[in-house]
Write a protein that binds this ligand. Structure first.
Ligand code: 5AD
Ligand code: SF4
Length: 437
């Protein structure tokens, strides 16, 4: 009988995609996917190390897995992903998991699963210079069947001083462009209407073969050419690398969605230098001005960190003023979390007290809530084309779908079906949803 695997996924969209790759590899080892932990023969968490609270959650989950193992002898408990890479010893020694596998070692899962015994846990956390899982067709775990994520690169070569990713995911490498285009064609043929190209820093995508060199702009163009009714999205862009060529390519193709996620992290040039972001406030504002000049309706979202090492009230005020000036549609906002092994951790003091960090974070969130409402209000009266994703979560009698700028719209269900495009008129909004007719 087929064995069953249950995986919980934490962290970023790339982890969600990795879980899909893992399910594909596990199929080859005789495991089918289950969404019920209680019936599984293998339970795993695909983990995230980005902030301390992400890791804290996982320790709790491991306890739950162990309780399950007590009532299901033979159950294999595995930890994969960023935390496996970072905390292999602790996971094996004090937390007694059976399997620890890092982000570049998923191909060894079948072999490791064969070898696992109660007294012989298995581990592979080797990082690779060339693994991109290009030839593995992910087992899509989304239920909608409308929007698929495709990894185009792995790892990261920027050494932002606060960030653990280069240590957990290794060096940057770009995936074979032809395999990306093939995967996009394949999901389109299976009825998907949207693909999101994923990478830590998509603007530095670069793939060379003997006959060709493919930049991110070239790749966008190729994927956009698959079909006019296949939408193309991407994330994440880096302000230091997003080129005019990418901006013009977006503008030239109606099916490349007009949305850029452009993490700013701070509005203070002094902080940006300490963070090793390799741009300053002026550069960031210039990139935003360029995007808006070429694509006035482009949605812009960002990430912000409050309370990085040595941040003063003036630095914080610079972040607030930048956010006020740009007016992002949406932002992910975090208190700085000191991560062992990072440059900041080794060379700087995490010296902003927790209460100050949290106060600054609250101020940023409060401002962004107002800005989001302003940005969403500015859409009232407009007609937008949306891709229908399915029933609205709040009101099953209505449907929801995203506009090109990534804003979520809800609208009446009559005469419309999932996976089609429809034009709606915005009549009202909250700070996260456009109410449409
Ligand atoms: N502390 C807080 N936030 C962080 N991020 C990355 N590292 C840290 C950290 N050590 C945030 C950044 C990044 C997002 C994915 O997570 O804003 O863009
Ligand atoms: Fe994704 Fe970063 Fe978390 Fe790893 S640490 S799962 S790359 S968000």
């Amino acid at each position: 009988m087929k064995k069953r695997a249950y995986i919980e996924t934490y962290g970023c969209q790339m982890n969600v995609n990795d879980t899909e790759v893992i399910f594909s590899i596990l199929e080859g080892a005789g495991y089918s996917r289950t969404e019920k932990m209680e019936e599984a023969d293998l339970v795993m968490a695909n983990t995230c190390s980005i902030r301390d609270n992400a890791e804290q959650r996982i320790w709790g989950r491991i306890e739950v897995f162990h309780q399950l193992r007590a009532s299901r002898p033979g159950l294999i408990v595995g930890i994969v992903g960023c935390m496996a890479e970072r905390l292999k010893d602790k996971l094996l020694d004090t937390h007694k998991v059976d399997l620890v596998v890092g982000p570049d070692a998923y191909r060894s899962l079948p072999r490791l699963l064969e070898a696992v015994r109660p007294d012989a846990p298995q581990i592979d956390v080797l990082l690779s210079r060339d693994e991109t899982y290009a030839d593995i067709t992910p087992v899509r775990t989304d239920r909608g069947g409308i929007s698929a994520f495709i990894s185009i690169m792995r790892g990261c070569n920027n050494v932002c001083s606060y960030c653990v990713v280069p240590y957990t995911r290794g060096a940057e490498r770009s995936r074979d462009a032809n395999s990306i285009v093939r995967e996009a064609c394949d999901v389109y043929q299976r009825g998907y209407k949207e693909v999101t190209l994923l990478g830590q820093n998509v603007d530095s995508y670069l793939w060379k073969s003997e006959t060709e060199t493919v930049t991110f702009a070239n790749l966008l163009e190729r994927v956009a050419a698959i079909a006019p009714d296949l939408r193309v999205r991407f994330a994440t862009s880096h302000p230091k690398d997003i080129s005019d060529e990418v901006i013009y390519t977006m503008a030239a193709h109606p099916n490349i969605c007009k949305h850029i996620h452009l993490p700013v992290q701070s509005g203070s040039s002094r902080m940006l230098a300490l963070m090793r972001r390799k741009y300053d406030r002026e550069w960031y504002l210039e990139r935003v001005a360029k995007i808006r000049e070429v694509m006035p309706d482009c949605g812009l979202t960002t990430d912000v960190i409050a309370g990085f090492c040595t941040e003063t009230e003036q630095d914080h005020a610079d972040t607030v003023s930048l956010m006020d000036q740009v007016g992002f549609d949406w932002a992910f906002m975090f208190a700085y979390s000191d991560r062992p092994g990072t440059l900041a951790n080794r060379t700087m003091q995490d010296d902003v007290p927790a209460d100050v960090k949290n106060r600054r974070l609250s101020e940023i969130i409060e401002l962004q809530n107002r800005k989001s409402l302003e940005r969403y209000r500015s859409q009232i009266g407009k007609e937008l084309e949306v891709l229908v994703e399915g029933p609205s979560k709040r009101d099953p009698n209505r449907l929801c779908g995203r506009a090109s700028n990534n804003m979520m719209c809800v609208f009446p269900a009559t005469g419309r079906s999932k996976g089609t495009y429809t034009t709606v008129k915005v009549v009202d909004c909250t700070s996260a949803t456009l109410i449409c007719e």
